[in-house]
Design a protein around this ligand. Sequence first.
Ligand SMILES: Nc1ncnc2c1ncn2[C@@H]1O[C@H](COP(=O)(O)OP(=O)(O)O)[C@@H](O)[C@H]1O
Ligand SMILES: [Mg+2]
Length: 74
Amino acid sequence: MGLILEAENLKKYYGEEPNITKALDGVSITAGQGEFVSIIGTSGSGKSTLLNMLGGLDVPTSGSIRIRAGKSQK
Ligand SMILES: Nc1ncnc2c1ncn2[C@@H]1O[C@H](COP(=O)(O)OP(=O)(O)O)[C@@H](O)[C@H]1O
Ligand SMILES: [Mg+2]
């Protein structure tokens, strides 16, 4: 099954030292075509931040995101 999503070492820091919030601090995740993935965590653990990065609504401080476009998007 081919990968449609590969995110590597994502970091998202808000604010500046000494009041920095590390919402994501080195998150890597992959998803295969047809795979269902749940993201589970306590409030404030970074779920929304991660989804905003994966959806392209916000940019990570560092790290990479690769999304494979389907045939219909060519
Ligand atoms: N725009 C923002 N500015 C500053 N801090 C933020 C911002 N968005 C989220 N945070 C902080 O990042 C952390 C993760 O938040 P969030 O991704 O909303 O977690 P979840 O969705 O898992 O509850 C929290 O400490 C939150 O306060
Ligand atoms: Mg949330």
